[in-house]
Design a protein around this ligand. Structure first.
Ligand SMILES: Cc1cc2nc3c(=O)[nH]c(=O)nc-3n(C[C@H](O)[C@H](O)[C@H](O)COP(=O)(O)OP(=O)(O)OC[C@H]3O[C@@H](n4cnc5c(N)ncnc54)[C@H](O)[C@@H]3O)c2cc1C
Length: 427
């Protein structure tokens, strides 16, 4: 780990280190007032990627692959706010391997944690006490039930093998601009601050990570990405409308051996949600007796008293679900937002100095409930444009152009009316 980030990590863990060399940051940019009072260390890279999810890591890997092929080198770092890569990713995912096939064609021979092919795909309509089987609108043939956390950990190792510096435990919290108002880096939070706001002995100011190109891969509703989208009017320039969201609550259970069917996929609609609320549940059987179970509720629900968490608790009491969980144990739980705006809400993902990739830009395919493959593909496309910009001097706008020619565009275009029609039907 780089000396500067090691000191910051030690401070975050409450360990005092010898004072690091400091320099005063120049007083350009939006946050001038703060910069006069805070001294921060700075590190420079060719490319700084924020977020070690499928999008960020696919971009990092692609960049280094291109460097190898051209016998050149670009320095690439990835910042991840989770204590380790994968810590903030909600596990249990039906994975479409299309983008990974393009990124690492030999992943099947390289011990990737993708081992459970989808073995059955069911769709149920629930009433309070019954489950009616309907024809499944999903086509999960050729897909896998995986732990996305495990996949990103594996991708992070692949990235590091290629020379990418991956730094878990650091949240980028500020965008840095140069004197021409071009994004020139990000800064991490100050650490070692007491509850009353005073500086502890272990205080370390945030670290600046400066890059020639910054790729934002923070996932759905990323904080820096949203600021950039607003400040640079990227929805307006991309002719995208506002983004809409759903909340996904997920638990990973270890269930009894006899009830576990590796690769089994079930989606449900109906109870406990009413006919005015868009959403549904999923049950994915992984390996090792694990089951990912969750409920997704669109956040435009009409009933102000509806609590997605309580609806999920009710859902688990349904006779068809309860019997599956009885005798099992919860291993993990979490909640995360999903983009639902689809094709109509895609912003122009390029800003001066960088680009937005993955769910931060909103590439989730709503009818498929899948965004890992599009996140990875967008990271690869951005990496290709970044490489050309840095090595050949072209414009990073190429990412936006190539995105519109890619299968992501085609896929999201074909799915564009699904969610709006559902709103019409549900209300
Ligand atoms: C309940 C639920 C179920 C889903 N099921 C499926 C499925 O079955 N199949 C499928 O393909 N997709 C599924 N998805 C969608 C899928 O998870 C996303 O499309 C995909 O993870 C997006 O990848 P990403 O890299 O853009 O973002 P993420 O996977 O969200 O990764 C972003 C990373 O960036 C980090 N980060 C964020 N902000 C910062 C910051 N400021 N500084 C440093 N690090 C930061 C986060 O900690 C995280 O690790 C599901 C989503 C949810 C919520």
């Amino acid at each position: 780990m780089h000396r500067i980030l090691r000191a910051a990590a030690a401070a975050a863990a409450g360990i005092a280190t010898a004072p690091a060399r400091r320099h005063r940051a120049p007083s350009w940019g939006a946050a001038t007032a703060r910069w006069f009072s805070v001294e921060r260390e700075a590190m420079s890279y060719d490319v700084v990627i924020v977020g070690a999810g499928p999008a960020g890591l696919a971009a990092a890997i692609r960049l280094k692959q291109l460097c190898r092929a051209a016998d050149t080198d670009l320095s690439v770092c990835v910042l991840e706010k989770g204590a380790e890569v994968g810590a903030h990713i909600l596990s249990g995912n039906v994975f479409e391997p299309r983008a990974l096939d393009e990124l690492i064609p030999k992943w099947r021979q390289e011990d990737a944690p993708i081992r459970v092919p989808v073995s059955s795909d069911k769709f149920w309509m629930l009433t309070k006490n019954k489950a009616w089987t309907l024809p499944s609108p999903f086509d999960n043939k050729g897909n896998y039930v995986i732990s996305l956390s495990q996949l990103v950990r594996w991708m992070s190792v692949k990235a590091e093998e290629l020379g990418v510096e991956v730094y878990p435990g650091f949240a980028a919290s500020e965008i840095l601009y140069d004197e021409n108002q071009i994004v020139a880096g990000v800064a991490t939070n100050d650490v070692g601050i007491a509850k009353d706001g005073s500086k502890r002995e272990t205080f370390q100011p945030g670290v600046e990570l400066r890059g020639r190109i910054i790729l934002l891969a923070e996932g759905c509703r990323g904080s820096l990405s949203e600021k950039i989208i607003t400040n640079h009017k990227l929805r307006e320039s991309g002719q995208g409308q506002h983004q809409t969201y759903a909340l996904g609550i997920k638990e990973v259970w270890e269930i009894e051996e006899g009830k576990h069917k590796p690769g089994s996929v079930v989606h449900t609609v109906g109870w406990p949600l009413d006919m005015k609320t868009y959403g549904g549940s999923f049950l994915y059987h992984l390996d090792d007796r694990q089951l990912a179970i969750g409920l997704v509720v669109a956040l435009n629900y009409r009933n102000p008293f509806l609590s997605p968490y309580d609806e999920f608790q009710k859902f688990k009491q349904h006779p068809a679900i309860r019997t599956l969980l009885e005798g099992g144990t919860v291993l993990q739980y979490g909640a995360r937002t999903l983009n639902e705006g689809g094709f109509q809400s895609i912003p122009n993902p390029v800003f001066p100095g960088g680009a937005i990739i993955g769910c931060s830009a909103g590439f989730l395919n709503v009818p498929k409930i899948k965004g890992s493959h599009t996140a990875m593909k967008s990271g690869m496309l951005a990496a290709e444009a970044t490489f050309k910009a840095l090595v050949e001097g072209s414009s990073i706008d190429l990412y936006w152009e190539n995105l519109k020619k890619s299968w992501i565009w085609d896929e999201l275009y074909r799915a564009r009316n699904y969610r709006p029609v559902c709103d019409y039907y549900y209300y």
